[in-house]
Design a protein around this ligand. Structure first.
Ligand SMILES: Nc1ncnc2c1ncn2[C@@H]1O[C@H](COP(=O)(O)OP(=O)(O)OP(=O)(O)O)[C@@H](O)[C@H]1O
Ligand SMILES: [Mg+2]
Length: 102
């Protein structure tokens, strides 16, 4: 959002439950992501920034998938990008039976 006027530099985080997932939606008011790039932004070393490395979203995807979650990017209808992270909600299980020590 470096090109966004200061008063509009707002990032919003929304949480909700979708089926058995906890969902986090992170929305900004930047320029959004060109439709033809949406599939590329999570690829390692994909960057459009002069000094970017292109690893931020690749690391984010690796972390989320390591926790059996999903991450995706879409554009907001008004303006800006929305990143959606879904993480499976852990099920509570009964305390494990005490293991016999041998
Ligand atoms: N919120 C966003 N709005 C618009 N485009 C984005 C947004 N986040 C990422 N992108 C696009 O996806 C590309 C890849 O993002 P990523 O975070 O992986 O790398 P980077 O920010 O370019 O560099 P690094 O994170 O390694 O410093 C960015 O260069 C940019 O083109
Ligand atoms: Mg980044």
């Amino acid at each position: 959002m470096s090109g966004t006027p200061g008063e509009n530099r707002i990032v919003s985080l929304r949480t909700s439950r979708v089926e058995n997932f906890a969902e986090l939606s992170i929305s900004d008011r930047g320029p959004g992501i060109p439709a033809e790039r949406l599939k590329d932004v999570f690829e390692p070393f994909f960057t459009t920034k002069a000094e970017g490395m292109g690893i931020g979203l690749s690391i984010a995807r690796t972390l989320v998938e390591a926790h059996n979650g999903q991450i995706s990017a879409v554009n907001a209808p008004e303006a800006g990008a929305v990143f959606r992270v879904r993480l499976p909600i852990a099920r509570h299980t009964a305390a494990p039976a005490q293991r016999a020590l041998g």
